[in-house]
Design a binder for this molecule. Structure first.
Ligand SMILES: Nc1ncnc2c1ncn2[C@@H]1O[C@H](COP(=O)(O)OP(=O)(O)OP(=O)(O)O)[C@@H](O)[C@H]1O
Length: 359
């Protein structure tokens, strides 16, 4: 007799989405709206994994399945190997203690002090006063707000409120932290400091972080792994560095084009044509990393192509601590010049993308 045994989730996986679909009843229409379609995704234990997608792609729905705020219509969501959809109320309470969450609008209680907000999950869990004191003080130290323990949320900046949100999320010593657009309401500098804090918590406490965002900057700054979601389907996933330097799906490319340094100057972008006419120049993006980033590529390119090469845009940056560069150049689109340029790109292991042609 053949017995089918459910696939065990591997030891190094924090959250596993297995063939997960979510359909919502559509009001006023027949049928249902499919918010998630057959999602398979593993979130590595100890990783900072980002889920990025445009508005309405299904990010919030995906994250709400992890702490049981939604149930899948089909498929399974496993957290540390436990099937969230099969939990009863007591099981869900336990799960929510081991899964912290932070929110775009912080969700602090205005009538409670900073200390009172961080203590709340512990009070709900029935922890005694002394143990609460012993837990909350070091958490406030960790997020750098020990001196604000008696203040009220209205007296804090957005970044400080999010630090309190993080301390509160950590109060019950979760193994997993969910972040729902936690930096979207913050200015760029405050965003950076919150992302640094998340990185530190991930490294020091070994906490897995699953964050959803529509901002590529956030993914670039903090995640080790990323999945791109589009219309309820995961269209691309991998280590963040690989996905950023070799984006395969059109949605990923579109999201990446919004990054500072990736944008073409307006005058060039407006004049870009999909095909070349006689006398046009090809506009090509070169991406280089590792050892390539340190070589004098531009002068070598000019020498090899033997014609005028214009530099249109360029940036040197880091993804997950690894340096990479992106350079947009233009050169004559005739077959001979293009052939020489392509040989140079191949010989130097450069990733290239023809963006179009300009007169
Ligand atoms: N309770 C619900 N009932 C009906 N439709 C819903 C429900 N929740 C979400 N949806 C729909 O599912 C789709 C995905 O929504 P979701 O909130 O997951 O997207 P998102 O990627 O988080 O978007 P945003 O970045 O704008 O928050 C949307 O089209 C939304 O209208």
């Amino acid at each position: 007799m053949i017995v089918s045994v459910p696939k065990p989730s591997s030891d190094d996986v924090s959250v596993a989405f297995q063939g997960v679909s979510k359909r919502f009843a559509a009001s006023g229409e027949s049928g249902a709206f499919t918010a998630l379609n057959n999602v398979d995704l593993d979130v590595g234990l100890g990783s900072i994994t980002g889920i990025i997608g445009r508005s309405g792609a299904g990010k919030s729905t995906l994250i709400r399945l992890v702490n049981g705020l939604e149930k899948p219509s089909s498929g399974k969501v496993l957290v540390d190997g436990v099937d969230v959809g099969a939990l009863d109320e007591a099981g869900l309470r336990n799960l929510r203690r081991s899964v912290g969450m932070i929110f775009q609008h912080f969700n602090l209680l205005s009538s409670r002090t900073v200390f009172g907000n961080v203590a709340l999950p512990l009070e709900i869990a029935g922890v005694d006063r002394r143990a609460i004191e012993a837990r909350v003080r070091p958490l406030l130290d960790l997020v750098g707000l020990a001196d604000k323990h008696a203040r009220y949320p209205a007296e804090l900046s957005g970044g400080q409120k999010q630090r309190i949100g993080i301390a509160r999320a950590l109060a019950t010593e979760p193994k997993l932290l969910l972040s729902d657009e936690a930096t979207s309401a913050l200015d760029p500098e405050t965003t950076q400091s919150i992302l640094e804090l998340l990185k530190r918590i991930n490294a020091e406490l070994g906490l897995t972080v699953l964050l959803i965002t529509h901002e590529m900057e956030v993914v670039k700054a903090v995640t080790s792994d990323v999945a791109v979601i589009d219309k309820g389907e995961i269209v691309e996933r991998g280590h963040t560095f690989d996905v950023f330097t070799h984006p395969k799906h059109e949605t990923t490319r579109a999201l990446l084009s919004g990054l500072p340094g990736s944008k073409l100057p307006d005058a060039v972008a407006r004049g870009l044509k999909p095909a070349a006419s006689a006398g046009d120049r090809a506009v090509v993006r070169l991406t280089f990393f590792g050892a390539t980033a340190e070589r004098p590529l531009v002068s070598q390119l000019i020498k090899s192509v033997g014609a005028e090469v214009n530099i249109i845009a360029g940036t040197i940056d880091e993804i997950g601590g690894k340096p990479y560069g992106s350079l947009v150049v233009a050169y004559a689109a005739d077959a001979e010049t293009s052939g020489r340029a392509e040989r140079f790109f191949t010989e130097n292991g450069l990733v290239t993308e023809v963006l179009g042609y300009v007169a």
